[in-house]
Design a protein around this ligand. Structure first.
Ligand code: NAI
Length: 310
């Protein structure tokens, strides 16, 4: 532990064995990238069928990566795929999978109770040296870590979808995360081929804190009839240089996800008007109308209610 705390530098990655918990969209991407970059990975999910599906989707993704990286040397590409697969094991046994872990990355469902239950049991079975991180998008890392006795060895690593493509990792340092732990997480993110930024444990960290209120404001603009969906998207692409308009992006993220994030923050910070959910978004998600249907429904709202600027 002393060695871990005092002798690391961002270029020295001491993390070799990584356990990723949750084999869904994010966990599978994180496990793939970690194995691709030479780490021994245990990928854990409760559901064996999800693990089977994940193994085959990782296989397909690795073949695509190999084709790109080893265009002229297909036999090297095959070796890369095989070596990566050899480093990646899947399991439904959480306890066994953390016994040699240097780092546990949690990417399970965004539910505080479920995360607490997992980390409480992990804290009892994982070695003292093991660092825990959560990939949560919207929860407080401090609150997640509160059920463990290793607040100094607990932080956040927030990856982006699709993980093999997106270069950024937000490394979250709580008031309890030690310098040594933080340094190790930065080194690990770098060793995974990512660019890391550091952020305190603040709602949404950097990206979602700016992005979610922006998406919400675009929906409110449309809701008020101030501009059409097409014009809002065109405006931000051509006027602000964004590659995608906010409504297209909201479509990609999924309105249920945006709403869940914003409602969680509004509950915690009711005085922050930036976090106030949009009523029509709430209704449409409740009715099970997601993504494209939201745009269609909002397009049919009356056009002349533009004075209501909330
Ligand atoms: P997902 O629903 O695709 O995957 C979650 C997986 O966790 C499922 O396969 C489920 O079977 C498994 N699981 C649930 N409880 C478990 C437990 N106790 N032990 C082991 N496995 C368990 O979810 P997704 O989208 O991958 O999100 C996971 C986390 O990543 C969430 O905290 C989310 O906020 C965060 N995140 C999501 C992003 C996204 O674009 N979807 C982006 C960045 C972070």
């Amino acid at each position: 532990l002393l060695k871990r705390s005092f002798s690391t530098s961002p270029s020295m990655n001491l993390i070799k064995n990584i356990t990723v918990i949750g084999g869904g969209l994010m966990g599978s991407g994180i496990a793939q990238v970690a194995a691709q970059t030479g780490h021994n990975v245990n990928l854990v999910d409760l559901n064996i069928d999800i693990l089977k599906k994940t193994e085959s989707s990782i296989g397909a993704s690795l073949s695509r990566v190999a084709k790109k990286l080893y265009k002229d040397k297909p036999e090297d590409g095959e070796k890369f795929v095989q070596d990566t697969k050899n480093r990646l094991k899947t399991s439904t046994d959480v306890t066994a999978s953390v016994k040699d872990a240097d780092l546990v990355i949690e990417a399970i469902v965004e539910n505080m109770e479920v995360k607490h239950k997992l980390f409480k049991s992990l804290d009892e079975v994982a070695p003292a040296k093991t660092i825990f991180v959560s990939n949560t998008s919207s929860f407080s890392i401090t609150e997640i870590s509160s059920v463990t006795k290793r607040g100094d060895r607990f932080g956040g690593m927030h990856f982006f979808n699709p993980v093999p493509v997106m270069k950024l990792v937000e490394v979250i340092k709580t008031a309890n995360t030690s310098e040594g732990t933080h340094t190790e997480l930065l080194a690990c993110g770098k060793a995974m081929g990512k660019v890391c930024i550091t952020c305190k444990d603040t709602p949404g960290f950097v990206v979602n804190r700016l992005l979610v209120p922006y998406l919400l404001e675009a929906i409110k603009l449309l809701e008020r009839g101030d501009a059409s969906a097409k014009d809002i998207d065109t405006a931000m692409k051509l006027g602000a240089g964004y590659p995608m308009g906010p409504l297209e992006l909201a479509d990609y993220v999924g309105h249920d996800t945006t709403l869940a994030i914003i409602e969680g923050w509004y509950k915690r910070f009711p005085d922050n008007s930036l976090f106030k959910p949009s009523e029509s978004l709430k209704q449409l998600v409740k009715d099970g109308k997601l993504e494209k249907e939201l745009l269609e429904a909002l397009q049919h709202l009356p056009e002349d209610n533009s004075d209501n600027s909330n």
